[in-house]
Design a protein around this ligand. Structure first.
Ligand code: 5GP
Length: 112
């Protein structure tokens, strides 16, 4: 079981900011910006490269949730970034699909 599945099951504590039947959002334990939230599906999908056609609606819901959370956190007007790391070169460290919602400061580009 991955760390994020344990967070979904409440076996590992996290500061949960939003939840519905299919998705969960919680604050990153090592925030890289004043606002750093992870939005995840409760369905076990290891990375964005593993999604199937049947996940299309779920992916849309995750993106909608991420933008709504950005509004709720007060970073929508100043701008924010959504990041999905995939695999080792992409910097993915937890093998459960997650969208990083980052904001509250000016973010640099390109990423390192
Ligand atoms: P990745 O590097 O896979 O794209 O992102 C995984 C994220 O999970 C990292 O930003 C990391 O700080 C976060 N993370 C790792 N362990 C925990 C934890 O136990 N609790 C929370 N809330 N976040 C975690």
């Amino acid at each position: 079981m991955t760390l994020f599945e344990k967070i979904i099951n409440r076996q590992v504590p996290a500061e949960i900011v939003w939840e519905n039947e299919e998705c969960l959002a919680f604050r990153d334990i090592h925030p890289q910006a004043p606002v750093h939230i992870l939005v995840i599906p409760k369905k076990n999908i290891s990375h964005i490269g593993a999604v199937q056609e049947e996940d299309a609606v779920l992916l849309g819901k995750l993106l909608l949730a991420a933008t709504q959370i950005a509004k709720k956190e007060g970073i929508a007007k100043t701008g924010f970034r959504l990041v999905i790391n995939c695999g080792s070169d992409g910097g993915e460290t937890v093998p459960h699909l997650h969208i990083h919602v980052l904001g509250g400061r000016a973010l640099q580009w390109p990423p390192g």
